[in-house]
Design a protein around this ligand. Sequence first.
Ligand code: SAH
Length: 229
Amino acid sequence: MNIPNLAGIGMTSQRTRERMITSLMEKGISNWAVLDVMRTTPRHIFLDEALAHRAYEDTALPIGYGQTISQPYVVARMTEAALGRRRPEDGPLARVLEVGTGCGYQTAVIAQLAERVCTVERIQPLLAKARKNLSLLNFRNIRSKHDDGSLGWPEQGPFDAIIAAAAPQHVPAELLQQLADGGRLVIPVGGERGTQQLQLIERQGDHFNTQTLETVHFVPLYIGQVQHT
Ligand code: SAH
């Protein structure tokens, strides 16, 4: 695994970042590996300059094209759920798929906890932005493509974890099929605001055990539509 040294990038005060971590802990995030990675990942570089000063507030913010950068708490919660009972001494996850790259922030967080991250985004200019942001941090373990992520990325699977950053009405069968045995899919499911549930689906052979974690608000996962501009 390649862990770039992210500490010290940018001018944002360490105190502001520390406050974000304290807030995540108060909201129940307890996985130290996740907290450590989020403490040092510069979220401000994933935002437009006009919003960068709000980067360490625990809130979702617009990134253009009607999409948002996920709230830090939600990124932490999903990453924690994807890691499951794994401890740092178990080593990183081997392969993770992210559906909905957005600006690339969550990709950067996962890339520090996995050997390889594959990420798929349906809006071409957003993917271009994400690639630019991620290249600033010198990751070497991220593969990305412009496509409909509800189809997964079969050539790169099976995956130890799949994280979806947008909500479908129903869990796409392709994502379940691309889970490795013991793999975990973390996905918001449902349509209307206030009715989406964050689900954790764990594969055991041909069985899929579903657990509902909490109510969430995500942008919709569009199926079968790829946008070029
Ligand atoms: N993880 C991102 C969150 C981005 S918001 C971050 O940290 O910034 C969710 C993203 O999912 C949006 O960019 C949206 O375009 C994308 N999306 C929605 N439906 C999709 C699909 N079918 N395939 C790939 N990406 C999709």
